[in-house]
Write a protein that binds this ligand. Structure first.
Ligand code: ZN
Length: 499
């Protein structure tokens, strides 16, 4: 059976990719930075083997032969999905020369260390030549992949199938038009909310304990996962039973670790919810980054920054930090946790302004890839965009262009998926709420499984079987929209700020 031979081959490729992922996790969590050059070689070898296996004639022949053994009309079956997804993976991978894959892998492993150092020293010049090389390689990759209108289309498509630069622009224009008046109105009421309660000393060990308790209650299974610390928080997994979260702590600020942990656990619960029968196949895991981010942002924001959630957890938080919060009532804390104001760091931004941070990155990436902006001018372009969209200017590059890890990893085209995920998070949540209007009351009682099970049933159980547009259509009946998100923001922040 060609189908069985194809499955065996895909499993080898999948295993290699997971091993590469583990090396990457180790690099960002445990490895001494002097290990970077050797690690670059290891990762390059794994990528080379994986890419060669996937793009070989034998794989192409097996895919073609397997197509004869499946029923193409049985779109939902695992076998038909496997062949369809394998053909798509093959189609994309085969366009990129293995040599380019290897060069990219070696370049980013070194660049990542350069970024860490440049960020620590607030010195863009230490990173500049690496970014120049990476943008060059990413451009080559995009040209090899091909595109209809904009070179950036080829890159977005790697993370969000069939999404285009023009469609992202259209959605972002709509979003900005909706958000700017809200940001302005909040700005005029800025004094209404103080976030002083969450900016106090919070013991780091207790922060960790509280965060892990919270995400266990939400449904993250620590017997199939763990949490560590890293410079840039992330979630990775090597099977549905080995899901790794990372976080970072600020001893004087509660939000980054707590909401970061909930965010990454949202990704983690998606991976842990990938069905057992798809594990160790290319259909395991999440379908696209946008859908992935819909899960993390829903748990972080709609749930974790929501009043029902704090109705349940605030007493425990107060008893964990009696000195800081003993005299702060629930309403004051809830408002503090939701204070909205233009800020410099994307991952710490509030729900209203977050997407504006994404628009800065999107505009810059599109400009560099289209030859309209030189890498050496990135810091200035970044600062100017922050002034334009958020009305504030970073005082240094550490709080500006050096804050995100993505360019050092060569994943340009990735940022828009964060905003798309925000839009989807509200679309999905509202559907769950329609099916189960009791969800907020349940959350106030510490019960989160109705919501998690809805996500399991409608999203997680499908793994990678359906592309993002297919899945979104299946779940919502349509496509990604800005309306539900803007409605949610207007309602929540209208109430918080008496707008
Ligand atoms: Zn995320």
């Amino acid at each position: 059976m060609s189908l069985d031979a194809l499955k065996a081959r895909l499993q080898d490729i999948h295993s290699l990719n997971q091993v590469g992922g583990l090396l990457g996790w180790d690099q960002r969590v445990k490895m001494p930075s002097a290990g970077a050059p050797a690690r670059a070689e290891h990762l390059a070898t794994i990528s080379k083997l994986s890419h060669q296996l996937l793009t070989s004639d034998e794989t192409a022949n097996l895919i073609e032969a397997a197509k004869q053994e499946i029923d193409p009309n049985d779109f939902d079956s695992d076998d038909t999905s496997l062949v369809r997804v394998a053909a798509e993976d093959y189609r994309k991978a085969a366009k990129i020369p293995t040599a380019l894959v290897v060069e990219m892998e070696k370049t980013v492993a070194i660049a990542n260390e350069a970024w860490v150092e440049a960020r620590a020293k607030d010195d863009f010049s230490l990173f500049q030549s690496h970014v120049e090389k990476i943008y060059d390689l990413v451009g080559q990759q995009a040209e090899a992949l091909g595109y209809k209108e904009n070179i950036y289309d080829a890159l977005i498509d790697l993370y969000e199938s069939d999404m285009t630069t023009a469609e992202v622009k259209r959605l972002f224009d709509e979003l900005r038009t909706g958000l700017v008046p809200i940001v302005k109105a909040i700005g005029q009421q800025a004094d209404k909310i103080s976030d002083a309660p969450i900016h106090q000393p919070f013991d780091v060990a207790k922060q960790r304990e509280f965060g892990e308790m919270v995400v266990s209650k939400l449904g993250f299974d620590f017997s199939r996962g763990r949490q560590d610390e890293s410079v840039h928080p992330f979630c990775s997994n090597f099977s549905r039973n080995d899901v790794r979260l990372t976080t970072r702590f600020d001893p004087n600020w509660l939000s980054p670790a707590l909401f970061g942990t909930i965010h990454e656990a949202g990704h983690g619960m998606y991976e842990q919810g990938s069905p057992e029968h798809l594990d160790h196949t290319i259909l395991a895991g999440g379908t696209s980054l946008g859908v992935h981010e819909s899960q993390s942002r829903m748990w972080e924001n709609i749930v974790g920054r929501g009043l029902p959630f704090w109705n349940h957890f605030y007493g425990q938080l107060q008893s964990t930090f009696p000195e800081a919060l003993g005299n702060v009532d629930l309403d004051t804390f809830y408002r503090a946790a939701n204070k909205s104001e233009p800020s410099l760091i994307r991952v710490e931004a509030d729900e209203v302004t977050y997407n504006l941070h994404i628009m800065v990155r999107f505009d810059i990436e599109v400009a560099v890839l289209n030859g309209d902006l030189a890498v050496k001018d990135l810091p200035e372009a970044w600062n100017a965009k922050y002034e334009e969209y958020l009305g504030i200017r970073p005082p240094n590059n550490r709080l500006g262009v050096l804050q995100d890890i993505h360019w050092s990893l060569g994943i340009m085209g990735y940022f828009p998926t964060y905003a798309l995920g925000n839009l989807l998070s509200v679309q999905f949540y509202e559907l769950a709420l329609k099916d189960h209007p009791s969800i907020p009351d349940e959350m106030a009682e510490g019960k989160f499984d109705t919501l998690l099970n809805w996500m399991r049933e409608h999203i997680h159980q499908h793994g990678r079987k359906y592309s993002s547009p297919e899945l979104v259509k299946r779940v919502t009946g349509g496509a990604i929209q800005t309306g539900p998100f803007l409605g949610y923001i207007r309602q929540k922040f209208g109430q918080l700020y008496d707008l």
